[in-house]
Design a protein around this ligand. Structure first.
Ligand code: NZQ
Ligand code: ZN
Length: 384
């Protein structure tokens, strides 16, 4: 095992009606800054539940956080929060809003109008304001992890920010909030969570049987319940996918294991330049990353084939290829493209994507930091 620190202090309140608990979870004397997106919480009743729980409290609000939240929008929110003297940020929505709330909490703490360089170059130097999350879309795990992914329109960049103190103090996970999600958002959520597990699980093998077994269970739950969720939206399916997506990226399965986030970093470049949904950028790239890295990944891909997909293939390389094909079939079944050309005739400019990775400082990707720009070019051509 690689040495690790594991500390996930986010208090999770899971289940129907749990939004009411925010009243006790947010300090009595807090000045609350409520952040949300384009209005889904107003239509599905989440906004009313939040406001009911906070009645009698001081709440300022800001709406209009975009999917793939824009730094420039958060600058406007930050000015307002600083003006109001906010002391607690509450995000209510999907991963974009929760990421935005965490990043905003850090922006406010800098006291600066344009803290991009401070936060991206020295992310752990700031002590963000406390924040909390009301999750309405299971996918990212943002509700209990330290990461925000922020896009700057001006810079044409989409980059991750991580600060341990930005982890939400609490996460409300009420699966009934998922009823208003579109089929596409549900499919995206399942595929995003699935890739989160694979990027921590399919690397070079180390001695982490607990993490591997847990990863396999999360994958099996998503394979079984993802399609049921999309077809039935049953209570059980909502509960199981919401919890699985959280466990996929809350730090537990990644503790002590080498990780390979190359698919995500290439995906962020595709979203930054072409605006493609996050999950769909992953499904179109990941199979090609696996094929390109078969030499290093074959042992774990073979384990994945045998344990998760129940392959009886004894040869590691053949089992690995089976696992990649089964993964593609699952992603396609969840409505996501497994090649770039399957995404509404998307055509990408490989050099623009490589230049995004260079600007973002992502030039040594993979569990062995050996996926360089020249490798990304080859991966993109395999994924075309
Ligand atoms: O803006 P509103 O009106 O709320 O609508 C949203 C948005 O249009 C809608 N939605 C959310 N909950 C809903 C709902 N519509 C109806 N009913 C509900 N209950 O869904 C749309 C997409 O929402 P978004 O938050 O963008 O989706 P998601 O949760 O997939 O988040 C994607 C963002 O998270 C980042 C991605 O890069 C992307 O920016 N990620 C964050 C990670 C993290 N913090 O660890 C890791 C991930 O890999 C990912 O990169
Ligand atoms: Zn993701």
């Amino acid at each position: 095992m690689i040495n690790f620190t594991y500390c996930n202090p986010t208090e999770i309140k899971f289940g129907k009606g749990q939004i009411a608990a925010i009243a006790e979870l947010i300090p009595e004397n807090a000045r609350i800054f409520l952040l949300y997106g384009g209005g889904s919480i107003k239509k599905n009743g989440v906004y009313n539940q939040v406001m009911d729980a906070l009645s009698g409290r001081v709440v300022d609000e800001f709406n209009g956080v975009e999917a793939n939240p824009h730094y420039e929008t958060l600058q406007v929110a930050s000015r307002l929060a600083m003006l109001k003297g906010s002391t607690f940020v509450l995000g209510a929505g999907g991963g974009s809003v929760i990421d935005a709330a965490k990043f905003l909490a850090a922006m406010i703490a800098t006291g600066k109008d344009d803290p991009w360089d401070d936060l991206l170059k020295h992310p752990e130097d700031v002590r963000p304001l406390p924040n909390g999350a009301v999750l309405t879309l299971p996918a990212t795990g943002s509700e209990s992890n330290p990461v925000s992914v922020i896009s700057s329109v001006r810079r044409q960049l989409k980059v991750p920010f991580s600060n341990q103190a930005a982890r939400p103090k609490f996460a409300i996970m009420d699966p009934t909030t998922m009823q208003s999600l579109s089929r596409r958002q549900l499919e995206n959520g399942v595929v995003d969570a699935f890739t989160h597990v694979l990027e921590q699980y399919l690397t070079r093998p180390v001695n982490t049987p607990v993490q591997y077994g847990f990863s396999e269970t999360v994958l099996e739950v998503l394979i079984e319940w993802g399609p049921k969720l999309v077809e039935t939206r049953s209570e059980e399916a909502c509960e199981n996918v919401m919890w699985a997506a959280n466990q996929a990226l809350n730090g537990l399965i990644g503790a002590g294991v080498p990780q390979d986030w190359s698919t995500h970093m290439i995906g962020h470049a595709i979203t930054a330049i072409y605006g493609v949904d996050h999950a769909r950028t992953l499904s179109m790239i990941m199979p090609s990353v696996f094929r390109y890295c078969l030499n290093t990944k074959a042992p774990m891909l073979a384990r994945y084939a045998r344990r998760v997909w129940k392959s009886d293939q004894l040869d590691d390389v053949k089992a690995a290829e089976q696992a990649i094909v089964r993964t593609e079939e699952f992603m396609a079944h969840m409505g996501c493209p497994v090649r770039i050309s399957q995404q509404d005739a998307l055509e990408v400019d490989v050099e623009a994507l490589v230049s995004h990775l260079e600007k973002a400082g992502h030039t040594e990707l993979g569990e062995n930091q050996d996926i360089r720009p020249e490798d990304v070019r080859k991966i993109l051509s395999m994924a075309a």
